[in-house]
Design a protein around this ligand. Structure first.
Ligand code: PGA
Length: 243
């Protein structure tokens, strides 16, 4: 596992955006895995700036998002589809048909998981997967569990995760109880993985993922078995790694 520690959130975000742009320059038809959440917001802003300056072309890029809430439609202001449109897609020249996000309102969610997994296999493997990390060690919505689940599946969200997302929904009772998420096996099949994290509140989970046991109780710990995974984090998030 590689570790890159940047001075602060801003530097980390810029570095992540530059890495994405450089990867697209090297492979214009890159298959890119993308996260949502608070952490990637500035990375997306920086990427839009790089695009506006003419240094990156998304024409042939294909994207796969990690997850989507069950029961939340694309137009809902809390959907990850909307998040991606607002923070990245509508600011760049990506082709709509190259954007993939699970459909949380599909009639048959299990079938939707199968369809999503198949699409990743058809276009993939993912060349570059960008991940965030939850305070409980989740990546995508792969919550702490007794087993590592390989493929795209329906995940029941933990109360810790629902509490963390309550701020977006107004109250915890409005946060969906389930989500569709890419599985850990599919994430691990990515050619290159970069996990971003920022802030002191992520320091403990970064320490666990980076140095603790490799266990489904901390899903991000599985990344240590990947041949090309980098934690690109800021000083605060890295502050407990040596302790
Ligand atoms: P955050 O979420 O960036 O909002 O902290 C990360 C995650 O839950 O994966």
């Amino acid at each position: 596992m590689n570790l890159i520690v940047m001075k602060d959130y801003k530097e980390m975000s810029r570095q992540a955006a530059l890495l994405i742009a450089a990867s697209i320059a090297l492979k214009p038809n890159l298959v890119l895995g993308l996260p949502t959440g608070k952490t990637p917001l500035l990375m997306y802003k920086e990427l839009v700036i790089i695009y506006q300056n003419g240094f990156v072309d998304f024409t042939n890029v294909t994207t796969f998002n990690l997850d989507e809430y069950a029961g939340i439609g694309r137009d809902d202001r809390n959907s990850f589809y909307r998040y991606m449109q607002d923070n990245l897609f509508r600011h760049i020249n990506i082709n709509n048909k190259n954007i993939h996000i699970p459909d949380g309102t599909a009639r048959d969610l299990k079938e939707e998981c199968r369809r999503y997994e198949e699409a990743i296999r058809k276009f993939g493997p993912i060349d570059l997967m960008i991940l965030g990390i939850g305070h409980n060690g989740h990546i995508g919505f792969n919550e702490p569990s007794d087993e590592f689940i390989a493929e795209t599946h329906i995940e029941r969200l933990t109360s810790k995760t629902r509490r963390a997302y309550a701020k977006y929904f107004g109250s915890i009772s409005k946060v969906p109880t389930k989500a569709i998420t890419m599985g850990l096996g599919t994430i691990m099949m990515s050619r290159k993985i970069i996990l971003i994290a920022s802030g002191r509140d992520k320091a403990e989970v970064i320490r666990r993922a980076f140095k603790g046991n490799i266990t489904p109780k901390c899903p991000a710990s599985i990344l240590r078995l990947h041949q090309d995974c980098t934690f690109l984090i800021d000083r605060d998030a890295a502050s407990l790694i040596d302790k």
